[in-house]
Design a protein around this ligand. Structure first.
Ligand code: UDP
Ligand code: MG
Length: 313
C-alpha cells in the first residue's frame, strides 16, 4: 500500500471543499478496486480565508480524523505559501498538489500514479489545453510570458503547465530543501530536475466560487517569475549602456569632423533635449530593474517565515 498525500490550498472556498472531497474520494476508491493499492491523506491549507472554509475543513477532519488534516494561516499569504505549508505537512510516499475548485481533474490521478509506479518517473505534471472562454488578449499575454521566460531563464517552464502534479517523496523533500522566501513554484519544480513527464487535459470550469486572479495580478506574478529565475534583465542594463556608449562615440566623431570641415551649427537643441530625456529614461529604467533585484535580496535576508499557522490538526 502506498500513501498518497493530497495538498490542497484553499482561499475562500467553502462551497468547493465538500465537493472536492467527495469527488476525489470516489477516484481513490476506483484505485482501490479490486485490490487496495493506495491510502489517501488530505492536507487542506486554509490561506487566511474570510468565509467558512476553515469550518468545512474542521468538519471533514471531524468525520475522517485519520485521513483529513488541515493547517490554517493567520492571514492570506498567497497560494505559493499555502503550497509550501501543505508540502511540509504531507507525509505520503507520493504527494499531489491540487486546486480545490476541481479545475484539476482528479480522474488523472490513477494515470499519474501508474506513470510514477511503473515507468520510473519522479514527477508527473499536467498541461491545460487553451482555456475555453479565455480572451485573445489573455492567451497572447500568457504565450508571450512563456516565450520570454523560456528564452532568458535557466529553467524550462512548460507553457500552460498547472501546479497540479504528483511527486515522489524524494522529489518533495528536494523541493522543500530550497529555503527561499520568494517561491515561484513553476520555476522551483523544474529547477530541481528529476524525471518529469506531462499529461494534457481539456480545461475545466470551476466547480464553485470565483477565480482569485485578475490581469494585473497575473502580470505581477509573471514579473516575479522572471526575476526569480533569470538575471537577464540585469544584463540588459549593461547592453543598453554599452550600445548607447558606442553610439555616443560615433556621434562625437561626427560632430568633431563636421566642426573641422563645414563649421559648427547652433541649431538642433530640441533633438538634444530628446536625447537627454531618452538617456535619462533608460537610466531610470535600469535603476528600476536593479531595485527589483535588491528588493528580492532584502526580502530573503529578513528570514521571515513563509507563513504563520494559526491552527492545525
Ligand atoms: N488560492 C490560495 N491562496 C490565494 C489564492 C488562491 O490558496 O491567495 C487557491 C485557491 O483556493 C485554489 C487555487 O489556489 O484552490 C487556485 O486558485 P484559482 O482557482 O483562483 O486560480 P485559477 O484556477 O483561476 O488559476
Ligand atoms: Mg481554479
Amino acid at each position: 500500500m502506498k500513501k498518497i498525500s493530497l495538498v490542497v490550498p484553499c482561499y475562500n472556498e467553502e462551497e468547493s471543499i465538500p465537493l472536492f472531497f467527495q469527488t476525489v474520494s470516489k477516484v481513490i476508491d476506483t484505485m482501490n478496486t479490486p485490490t487496495p493499492t493506495v491510502v489517501p491523506e488530505y492536507v487542506f491549507v486554509d490561506d487566511g480565508s474570510s468565509d467558512n472554509t476553515l469550518t468545512e475543513m474542521k468538519q471533514l477532519n471531524h468525520d475522517h480524523p485519520d485521513t483529513v488534516h488541515f493547517r490554517s494561516f493567520s492571514r492570506n499569504f498567497g497560494k505559493e505559501s499555502a503550497l509550501a505549508a501543505g508540502l511540509q505537512a504531507a507525509t505520503g510516499d507520493y504527494v499531489a498538489v491540487m486546486d480545490v475548485d476541481l479545475q484539476d481533474p482528479p480522474e488523472l490521478l490513477p494515470k499519474m500514479f501508474a506513470l510514477i509506479e511503473n515507468d520510473g518517473y519522479d514527477c508527473v505534471g499536467t498541461i491545460q489545453k487553451e482555456r475555453r472562454g479565455q480572451s485573445k488578449l489573455r492567451a497572447f499575454l500568457s504565450a508571450s510570458f512563456y516565450n520570454v521566460i523560456n528564452h532568458i531563464s535557466e529553467v524550462r517552464i512548460e507553457p500552460n503547465a498547472r501546479d497540479y502534479r504528483l511527486m515522489t517523496r524524494q522529489f518533495v523533500d528536494t523541493v522543500l530543501s530550497l529555503p527561499e522566501f520568494n517561491r515561484f513554484s513553476k520555476g522551483i519544480f523544474s529547477w530541481v530536475g528529476f524525471k518529469t513527464t506531462y499529461l494534457t487535459y481539456e480545461s475545466q470550469p470551476r466547480a464553485a466560487g470565483t477565480t482569485h486572479w485578475n490581469l494585473r495580478q497575473l502580470f505581477a506574478y509573471s514579473i516575479e517569475g522572471i526575476i526569480d529565475f533569470s538575471n537577464a534583465p540585469l544584463r540588459l542594463a549593461t547592453w543598453v549602456g554599452s550600445i548607447s556608449f558606442i553610439l555616443s562615440i560615433i556621434g562625437l566623431i561626427f560632430v568633431i569632423v563636421r566642426a573641422l570641415t563645414v563649421g559648427g551649427a547652433v541649431a538642433g537643441w530640441p533633438s538634444l533635449v530628446v536625447i537627454m530625456l531618452l538617456i535619462g529614461g533608460i537610466q531610470l529604467f535600469c535603476l528600476g530593474i536593479l531595485g527589483q533585484y535588491i528588493n528580492k535580496i532584502y526580502l530573503e535576508t529578513k528570514h521571515r517565515p513563509k507563513y504563520i499557522i494559526r491552527e492545525e490538526k
